[in-house]
Design a protein around this ligand. Structure first.
Ligand code: BES
Ligand code: MN
Ligand code: ZN
Length: 503
């Protein structure tokens, strides 16, 4: 989809569809009022008949409205004026795109930039609109021979520039460009997640990283199994040894910031399929364990997005990637392995494999002398029980970093919620035979998983995002969400702004 920003009066636009907002129970926004005036009260007439009440996200399409230059006019309900918050604005925009999808319009102009949303400027509204437009148009057709033609024909979207906001049109344009880069990063993360696990293997992820590096002139390194053996990554290799697919450790480096500035390191769990290993998972919905590399996908999507927007920051993505399979050589419950950090681990459950590959990647991250490290992982089913499919779990050894991430999550409408990482939980990881066990029992499963990781974070500031409930949707709408690319990109964008950086 092509996006642009333009100033202008709605009644004068030659467009396939003009979109304007109407508050509940029928109050016209200024652009709707302008259309109504040009059409000599035509919209007021229709509202008077009771055909449209302005409920948030509802739509009504009108054709050949007199006195205007457009083929169609789409009215979008905004709900009650006093209630308009982030969620409702997003519902309104989603509703508008669903309404547009039902028409044949290939281009449209939206006059929704000046709708008042508390604490949100035009740049935020533009950014949300671009991301939701792209979301509305997303289809995963790569593995189908008959392409599903349902959905939007929309190819070109023009957003009315704000006439109220203090921001210049140039600033609004740059918000649009950034949002477009983010939406492409989201699409990349979704595509990788949705790909079949026989295609999206560790080698495939490595190839993707190399492609991103080529496109944006980044540095990429792929460690092979023998390299990891030399580094002593016994935990990661213990997961890999049950699989026929060779494991990889990918590093993708984006150096867009100052030379001396230490990088933000993003570590993404890249289990391209999680059978559970010898602690085999039940059959129901096991296909969804192809999504166990969504942390890795979000790291690739985020780096692709910030490289495209040429963000002034240094970011390194580290992706430990392997399958978790129950092969003849697979790790057995009771096996004890030595991690890269030197600490020994008793693997009591081979299905708690994410933390095993992450712990070696976190030790490896140390070599970049990171400013902060954030790992992103579909780590625990317990997180889905705790927070459902709404918020990602956030755990951190640093309050300031946690706050920074929470702020980014709100700004990006990609919610996260912090859980405690108190030492009291560490006791659950005690082992009689090694430095620690890889599981801590059923209680507080998300926290004990993070406790396990915390033992490998050395001295750096670190946060962990558990995206088990947010990285994909199940059921009829099964598909990757691209989360938390919005959160991560927003976090990085905010870091480049003056006064936002912590030592
Ligand atoms: N990839 C899973 C976590 C998961 C499960 C995410 C279901 C989304 C939906 C992870 O590797 C796993 O299997 N975790 C175990 C840990 C347990 C054995 C301590 C879990 O959550 O059951
Ligand atoms: Mn598992
Ligand atoms: Zn897993």
């Amino acid at each position: 989809m092509k996006f642009s920003i333009k100033k202008g009066n709605p009644e004068k636009q030659r467009s396939s569809c003009i979109v304007v907002g109407v508050f509940e129970p029928g109050e016209l926004t200024p652009p709707a009022g302008a259309m109504n005036k040009a059409a000599k009260g035509y919209i007021d007439n229709i509202l008077g008949r009771g055909d449209f009440d302005g409920k948030a996200g509802s739509t009504l399409v009108l054709h050949n409205v007199p006195g205007t230059q457009c083929e169609r006019l789409l009215l979008v309900g905004l709900g009650k004026e006093t209630k308009l918050d982030d969620k409702i604005y997003r519902d309104v925009i989603r509703g508008a795109f669903q309404g547009l999808s039902k028409t044949g319009a290939e281009d449209a102009m939206l006059f929704l930039t000046d709708i008042p949303v508390e604490n949100r400027n035009a740049a935020w509204k533009i950014s949300q609109t671009v991301i939701l437009a792209q979301e509305n148009g997303y289809r995963f057709n790569r593995l189908k021979t008959k392409i599903d033609e349902t959905g939007s024909r929309l190819r070109k979207l023009v957003l009315a520039a704000s006439s109220l906001d203090h921001e210049s049109v140039a600033a609004q344009e740059s918000a649009l460009q950034q949002a477009f880069a983010i939406s492409e990063g989201i699409d990349l993360a979704k595509d990788l997640g949705n790909l079949a696990p026989n295609i999206c293997t560790p080698a495939y992820l490595a190839k993707q990283a190399v492609t991103i590096a080529k496109n944006h002139k980044l540095k990429v390194t792929v460690l092979e199994q023998r390299d990891m053996e030399k580094l002593g990554m016994g935990a990661l290799l213990a997961v890999a040894q049950g699989s026929r697919q060779p494991a990889k450790l990918i590093s993708l480096e984006y150096w867009g910031g100052a030379k001396k500035e230490k990088p933000v390191v993003l570590v993404g769990k890249g289990i391209t399929f999680d059978t559970g290993g010898i602690s085999l998972k039940p059959a129901a919905e096991m296909d969804e364990m192809k999504y166990d590399m969504c942390g890795a996908a979000s790291v690739l999507g985020t780096i692709a997005a910030i490289a495209q927007m040429r963000l002034a920051i240094n970011v390194v993505g580290i992706i430990p990637t392997t399958e978790n399979m129950p092969g003849g050589n697979a790790t057995k419950p009771g096996d004890v392995v030595t991690s890269m950090s030197g600490q020994t681990i008793e693997i009591l459950n081979t299905d708690a494999e994410g933390r095993l590959i992450l712990c070696d990647a976190l030790a490896y991250a140390q070599r970049y002398e990171p400013q902060v490290v954030i790992d992103i992982a579909t780590l625990t089913g317990a997180c889905v029980i705790a927070l459902g499919h709404v918020a990602s779990g956030l755990l951190s050894n640093d309050d300031e970093l946690a706050e920074e991430l929470l702020l980014a999550s709100r700004q990006a409408s990609d919610p996260a919620w912090r859980l405690p990482l108190w030492d009291d939980y560490q006791e659950q990881l005690k082992s009689n035979f090694a430095d620690m066990a890889n599981i801590g029992g059923r209680a507080a499963g998300t926290i004990t998983a993070a406790c396990f990781l915390s033992r490998f974070t050395g001295k750096y500031r670190w946060a962990h995002l558990d995206i088990a409930g947010t990285a994909w949707k199940s059921g009829k709408e099964k598909g990757a969400t691209g989360r938390p690319v919005p959160l991560l990109t927003q976090f990085l964008i905010a870091r480049t702004k003056e006064g936002n950086r912590h030592p």
